[in-house]
Design a protein around this ligand. Structure first.
Ligand SMILES: C[S@@+](CC[C@H](N)C(=O)[O-])C[C@H]1O[C@@H](n2cnc3c(N)ncnc32)[C@H](O)[C@@H]1O
Length: 348
């Protein structure tokens, strides 16, 4: 089992929730940065892969993440013409969804038929099956290992086996985006029969979430997962929380082997267009304030986080560059957002 909340398998497509729309905005912004950097620095020999690809469209006609990724390349002539062996590899377990995805990708690639994309340096494949082992097999068959890859593992929140994440982390210049619902793990922590969490975290230590007070369970399990990702080889991990109007949270967990990836992901998440019905929350904010997704972000949580950090420092002082590093590595904020928070507010 690889998912938390789930949809009946009978539905081929479904309505995009505010969480999904916000998540797609983040992907879109990030891909518009990742794709040109990777195509220019690796001569296009890179991979974008998804292990839980979905049908490529929602009932309102909104594109799914595989279509967003393909369009990022096709829509930009400056990078499209430089693609060489640029792999788009998708795995979807449900036959009908996989078939629909092929149709949606065909549509997105128009006027070039999917089978002809190879002539333009694009190697695209949709495989039907369980992500384990179908994704690893597909990456192997298409010669993706040993070259940079961005792998999106968008389960319904239950995440994936750690062995896969470790293997991606050990691959050069690689990144993962994982959707994660802490409630799923909090719910099954006491059940010895449900072993899925042990494969996600690598051992049963995550079950200690059961000992945490209810109000701290989500934060604990996300912090635990973050440290597991760092241990397997992603030195830079960004966790951010999307909260809907009912207070339901979906975490996006981004792991990268490169600090530049972290910086670009932060730029991406602060550039998204507002999405009705969903807000951000910085998991590290002591007050857990909800933030509207807007271009001029509220930085009160950053101020609190910096103050809390300073309290733990010798003589409660730190240089601006230390604080910028803290913001980059430990909060959802960007380094550039630190200085304005430190500057005294002008008197009105
Ligand atoms: C959250 S949806 C993906 C949505 C897509 N990434 C997007 O944003 O448009 C998860 C998909 O994973 C598929 N799925 C569930 N379990 C799977 C498994 N074990 N292996 C591969 N795909 C699976 C489901 O059929 C569903 O289409």
């Amino acid at each position: 089992m690889a998912q938390g909340g789930s949809l009946g398998d009978d539905k081929v497509i479904w309505e995009a929730s505010p969480h999904t729309l916000a998540k797609h905005q983040v992907y879109k912004q990030y891909l518009s940065k990742w794709m040109p950097i990777m195509v220019h620095s690796w001569k296009g020999d890179v991979t974008y892969a998804e292990g839980f690809a979905g049908p490529g469209v929602y009932t309102g006609g909104e594109p799914g993440s595989p279509v967003i990724a393909l369009k990022t390349l096709i829509g930009d002539p400056l990078i499209r013409t430089r693609a060489r062996d640029l792999r788009f590899l998708f795995v979807e377990q449900n036959n009908k969804r996989a078939e629909r995805l092929r149709q949606e990708l065909e549509h997105a690639a128009t006027p070039v038929p999917l089978n002809d994309l190879a002539r333009y340096g694009i190697d695209l494949a949709v495989a039907t099956g369980d992500y384990d082992p179908t994704l690893v097999d597909l990456l192997t068959r298409r010669n993706a290992w040993g070259r940079p890859m961005l792998v999106v593992l968008d389960t319904f929140g239950g995440s994936v086996k750690l062995d896969l994440v470790r293997r991606i982390a050990l691959n050069p210049s690689s990144e993962v985006i994982i959707t994660f619902e802490p409630q799923y793990f909090a719910r099954f922590a006491g059940s010895e029969r449900v072993r899925h969490g042990d494969t996600v975290f690598g051992d049963p230590d995550w079950r200690r979430v059961a000992e945490q007070p209810d109000s701290a369970k989500a934060e604990w399990v996300v912090a635990k997962y973050r440290s597991v990702l760092q241990e397997v080889g992603f030195p830079f991990v960004l966790t951010f929380e999307l909260v809907n109007t009912r207070g339901h949270s979906l975490f996006l967990i981004f792991g990268t082997t490169h600090v530049r990836g972290l910086q670009k992901m932060k730029e991406a998440m602060w550039e998204v267009d507002p999405v009705h019905g969903v807000q951000y929350r910085d998991p590290a904010d002591p007050d857990q304030q909800l933030l509207d997704i807007e271009l001029e972000p509220v930085t009160a949580p950053l101020r609190r986080e910096l103050l809390e950090h300073l309290r733990g420092e010798p003589e409660q002082t730190a240089s601006v560059s230390d604080l910028r590093r803290f913001a980059l590595y430990r909060t959802v904020y960007k380094e550039s957002q630190v200085k304005p928070v430190l500057d005294p507010t002008p008197l009105g």
